[in-house]
Design a protein around this ligand. Sequence first.
Ligand code: SF4
Length: 379
Amino acid sequence: MGSLYIHIPYCDTKCVYCDFYSIENHESKKEFLNSLLKEISIVAQTYSKQDIFETIFFGGGTPSLLSPNELESILLSLNNNFTVSENAEITLEANPGTVNLEKLKSYRSLGVNRISFGVQSFHEDELKFLSRIHSVDQARDTVNLSRKAGFDNLNIDLMFSLPKQTEQKLKYSLNEAFQLSPEHISAYSLIIEPNTPLFNLVKNKIVSPLPPDDDADLYKVTLEEMEKNGFHQYEVSNFCKSGFHSKHNSNYWNHSNYLGFGPSAHSFWKINSNNAKRWWNHRNITQYCNDISNGILPITSSEQLTTKELLQESLFLGFRSQGIEVKSFNKEYGFDIFTKYSSNINRYIQENLMMFENNMLRLTQQGYMVCDSISESFL
Ligand code: SF4
């Protein structure tokens, strides 16, 4: 089973904190879409009809800038070139302010069955700071419109640890999100990424990031509020109502195969633990389109993963998410995880940071709070 990812590299305005590849000038959109369809058909020649893809994810950038006709042409191409499961999870990332009821209905009728809104905050001042294009009211209205359009699997993205954010302000945003009854919430701590305007604002001391202790406190508040409101945590930053985990992201965390299309998209293909490769496309629309018009794949770099690297990734990804399935892990890597890491595992279980049940070795809520240091101790 695998996943397909499509990167749509356009945004109306670049957000101050964002380091995803996207551009504000949309003049190249037509050329990009032609190149994307060509890339899909070239890549597909390498894969067999036996390779079944169970999720498709439109990310970016802002995929909701695509017209329904444009989206339809991409979906048709994916379905014609790959074996996509009949009941595949098809997610589209959308920004409030870029869709109306008619567009949402069209997306739904084309088979998109999961929608993910980049809401980020329910405070106008925070949205302004993040340079989001939408208002709080627009976010609420768009979520409600998507229900009218027939979406019954909906994610809201939120951010915490914004500069000057208080516990009270975060709780307000979380509670506003709960009021909209989403099936899924992703809550990410604001990261100051290099090469972003925010990085320079921090460097020039115009913006002060929250101290790490406050970040940890706000994360704890997030976990507590999610639990109180019936959201099950299944990854460090992801929470859902029962049965509504993101299959696409879970595939990434389970080390399943995925193919990415579009500028900056990454792909991963594992035959077995001795044979796995990762590669990624140019982070530049001109280079991407030029390569494809010259009949070559727009790959900028690739790496062959060693068994040791795969093992480390399996541990890291497993601990971040739903845990490590012990029997299959032991079989794949040829040793018993409890024997090899006995002192670590015993210590974390005693400290209530880790648990073992139903053949899964996974972190507890407290464990998620120190996930990185636990993972590092295994490496
Ligand atoms: S809308 Fe999303 S992808 Fe576009 S700039 Fe903002 S955060 Fe980045």
